[in-house]
Design a protein around this ligand. Structure first.
Ligand SMILES: [Zn+2]
Ligand SMILES: [Zn+2]
Length: 330
């Protein structure tokens, strides 16, 4: 082989190696692209306001998520009977809903669980029999001499009905295109919790920052849709975590409770600028999001009264149709 031939052979090998290096990460990312859900509907079952003649309001949150033929109950309301009463009035049957997500331990999201399980298991033993939670939800929250953590208090009672808990310490795809965030790193100091609570963590008695707070993330062709219960991890921390761990894309919709009610305008404007940066197009702010906060975010993000709405009982979001705010917020 002449020197010239050997050189051109070397060039060929180099070219082949470069091609392989380029093709490697491309085919990898294509294989990694998460599945997108086709149909998605979220209906509010517990929040402060009622949207029409059906249902009662409370300081709490619950929503029914219907995704590609599956139903999931996200949180269970503040009072034992509220969600049961509201689904009856809204003509919704939870007997075929097996899965429940509890966003965190607070009673305004968890107190309906036992009532609902007991009622709907009469019709279907599997109804509301599987509860998905984030790590830390079972850590004790001492309140004087009592247990302040409602989930700890009812755990054995719930399990005695045949129900089980599944605990997550990291993001997990629970259905094709449907993820739970797992505990969310607190990158930004959003500090959306009271600060007065204490919890018995493995490191001892420390400030309760609701480490178990989880949200649901659906991957859609329009971008991510995120459902939050009380937002203790921070809306921006949660959305950034979803974009990092589920799919690095725009956030199409944020729905539920985001604990923004007590924020000053400066913090709300920072939140709005981040939401704008993420490409947010639909916002249903229920529960602890706060009414003033929803209006401020609407103004600062450039959304309008159809796309940035105060959530009421009976209000819904549909991936293809957008938000139906009920008559209250027409
Ligand atoms: Zn809470
Ligand atoms: Zn709450």
């Amino acid at each position: 082989m002449s020197l010239k031939e050997r050189l051109s052979l070397r060039k060929f090998y180099l070219f082949a190696v470069v091609l392989m290096l380029l093709a490697g990460p491309m085919s990898h990312s294509m294989a990694q692209k998460p599945k997108a859900v086709q149909s998605l509907r979220v209906k509010v079952l517990s929040t402060m306001l009622t949207g029409g003649n059906a249902g009662i309001g409370e300081w709490g949150f619950a929503a029914l998520i219907e995704v590609d033929g599956h139903q999931i109950l996200f949180d269970t309301g503040a009072r034992p009977e509220t969600v049961l009463q509201n689904v009856r009035e809204l003509n919704i049957d939870l007997a075929n809903v097996k899965d429940v997500i509890l966003s965190h331990n607070h009673g305004d999201h968890t107190t309906g669980l036992l009532t609902l399980r007991r009622e709907f298991m009469k019709k279907n033993p599997a109804a509301l029999s599987r509860v998905h939670v984030g790590k830390g939800i079972f850590w004790s929250r001492p309140a004087g001499n009592n247990e302040g953590n409602y989930v700890v208090k009812i755990k054995s009672e719930y399990e005695a009905t045949g129900g089980t808990f599944i605990e997550y310490n990291e993001p997990k795809e629970i259905l094709p295109g449907v993820w739970l965030t797992g505990p969310v790193p607190r990158v930004h100091a959003e500090r959306n919790w009271s600060g007065s609570g204490r919890m018995k963590s493995p490191d001892g008695l420390v400030e309760d920052n609701l480490p178990e707070d989880i949200s649901l993330v659906a991957v859609t062709d329009k971008g991510l849709v995120v459902v939050s219960g009380c937002g203790h991890a921070g809306i921006i921390n949660t959305l950034e975590h979803a974009r990092k761990k589920v799919q690095n894309t725009n956030v199409y919709a944020a729905l539920g409770g985001f604990h923004l009610f007590a924020l000053n305008d400066e913090k709300l404007d920072w939140t709005a600028s981040k939401l704008k940066e993420f490409g947010l197009q639909q916002f249903l702010g229920a529960h602890c999001t706060g009414i003033e906060a929803v209006y401020r975010l609407r103004q600062q993000t450039g959304l309008d009264r159809q796309s940035c709405v105060v959530g009421a009982v009976g209000a819904s979001f549909d991936l293809s149709k957008g938000i139906d705010p009920t008559v209250l917020a027409k």
